[in-house]
Design a protein around this ligand. Structure first.
Ligand code: ZN
Length: 159
């Protein structure tokens, strides 16, 4: 994490607040913003994006995580979710777990649209998904999949 952890978290929450404003949610009118803080101190945001074919809609949390991964960052130190009583759905909890460890913090930011007041509840990704399906424990991935993926990428580059 960056030198000033509080500043990093403020930056993370602000990115989620800004992303919430860009949510595409004409059907539910329920806007959510999310942002992830990576090991390297980078912040990636996402918002919910709905579709006329409802099942194709994507949550803000997964949009933020996929944004980070697509940018080459797959180790998450903290996640912020902003919305009216927003809490990650089960699918997002599992996806967050994939890129988190037991110390990955989760900030649930309840933003009252009428008053603009915020309340922040801090927990961890692991606490929100006890007994998660674990790719390491299940033997689907080796002990450090990130190293494996990086080695694979380096090999591909050398060819
Ligand atoms: Zn979700």
């Amino acid at each position: 994490m960056a030198k000033n952890p509080k500043r990093s978290i403020d930056r993370l929450i602000e990115a989620a607040v800004q992303a919430q404003k860009r949510a595409y949610c004409p059907y539910s009118r329920y806007s959510v913003g999310a942002a992830v803080l990576t090991d390297g101190g980078r912040v990636f945001a996402g918002c919910n994006v709905e579709n006329a074919s409802y099942g194709l809609s994507m949550c803000a949390e997964r949009a933020a995580i996929y944004h980070a991964v697509a940018s080459g960052h797959d180790a998450i130190r903290a996640v912020a979710v902003v919305g009216a009583a927003a809490k990650p759905c089960g699918a997002c909890r599992q996806v967050m777990h994939e890129f988190s460890d037991k110390d990955t913090d989760l900030y649930l930011v309840d933003l009252n649209p009428a008053t603009g007041r915020r309340s922040v509840y801090k927990t961890t990704v692991y606490k929100l998904l006890p007994l998660a399906f674990d790719p390491l424990a299940s033997g689907l991935l080796p002990a450090n999949p990130r190293n494996l993926l990086r080695r694979k990428a380096a090999k591909t580059k050398r060819k």
